[in-house]
Design a protein around this ligand. Sequence first.
Ligand code: NAD
Length: 495
Amino acid sequence: MPLNTHFDALYIGGQWIKPANSSVEAVINPASEEVIGEAPVGTVDDAERAIAAARKAFDEGPWPRMSWLERAAILQKFHDALLARKDEIVALCVAEAGSIVPVANIMQFDMAMDGFQYYIHQIQRRDFSVPSSVSVHTNWATGGETLGSTVKVYEPLGVSVGITAYNYPFFLNLAKLGPALASGCTFILKPAPQTPLEALILGDVASEIGLPEGVFSIITGGINVGEKLTTDPRVDQISFTGSDKVGAIIQAQAAPTLKRVALELGGKSAMIVCEDADLQQAAFNGVVNFTNQCGQGCVLQTRQIVHNSIKADYIEMLKAMVSQVNIGDPADPETGMGPLISDTQRQRVLAYIEQGKADGNRLVYGGKIPAGLDKGFYLEPTIFDCASNSTTIAQEEIFGPVVCVMGFDTDEEAIAIANDSQYGLSGGVFSQDAGRAYRIAMQMRTGGVLINGGGGRLNPTVPFGGYKRSGIGKEYGEEGLNEYLEIKVIDFRAA
Ligand code: NAD
């Protein structure tokens, strides 16, 4: 079945239902400004229907009561049906989110699928922890662990809502769908308004594999829909990926009903380049860190803190490398950097560039709309040499292809600059001395540090998440599944 990109209905609890106001909007390719499909705009009434369906399916339906293995088998079908559509989904990631082909292939699709598969494997393993001494009293299907006279069991938390950002939509949607459904929760996905298609296609696959009624819904739309989903008392958990500003609002919206909230938020991550680093390796990673997805990446290390003895050489190397990056149509395999998601986002980034110049930072490269690219939301990769980390462009998340390079003399100074941020999502250290790099990494107040660029690919067995204003909670690893689970303890009388 070819991939559908023309939707006039929402996927609500297993059925395709026209939105309450019948409103449908065109979806725009950010590279060409051409229409690539249509998507319905969900309303509060649609969210209401999805919540009612999810609540009923959780309270009365088979999904949370199945064994881990039964759920794993259904999710494996879901996984395999997505895999069978890889080429079409990758093409959609290019057309809707503006991802260049390798990013769409690896970061959006392959890594998302690795994560989904990992959650399936994780729940398959959980079935084998049946406590032998008390197994007659426990439901073998739910597993459990004996602690003295007590059995500890994990149970699905309830109705889960996933709200996602626009930058890597397919990846982000699967990062919530996988653990929510694996845990036995029922799940409502609200994608970003800019990228509805990478969510709605999941409805087609869910229909194909036959998820039980009510288990999964997709409600597109904006703030009003998000507000409904995060305030309704029938929703138990929110998993949000987006900006820190909206994350704080969601936490407040969810507070009166005491929902469990997991927040994956923004960043302004620091990359420390020591004087003993392999400069070419560092500069190559430096370029990737502000050009990947046109700088629209939460983990990108857009503050590059370079030892003063090599800073001038580093900047020259960045310039030389970035001048080789082809900017243009992300569908062209030769392209190294595609567009921003919208003109609104481009204007926001351009305003930061103006602010950076007005604040006295030295513009070293870029800063403009590239010549000859009149259609599409392109912007030149932009390098600033910043005198101080306190300047606005070094403190705020720009979410565009802009890097701030700063100098340091001692490791303590580099660590202090790195930690002088409201965020703490990612980080990097480049040094040929592994011990020194590790000591620096240990002192960085951030959820993850890549030494010399790290493994280069998401490892789904490893928890991911931020410190400070970069978030609360983790995705991936056992910790990621636990965000969607309750722990129950059942204590037997010994005699
Ligand atoms: P955003 O915060 O503007 O929007 C994210 C989602 O929240 C959208 O679906 C939006 O419709 C919804 N929303 C907005 N107001 C809401 C409300 N009051 N209640 C409920 N939902 C509401 O983010 P964006 O511009 O789409 O994405 C960019 C941001 O996402 C950046 O800050 C980036 O760092 C962050 N991000 C973080 C991660 C991570 O894993 N930490 C990954 C990707 C993106």
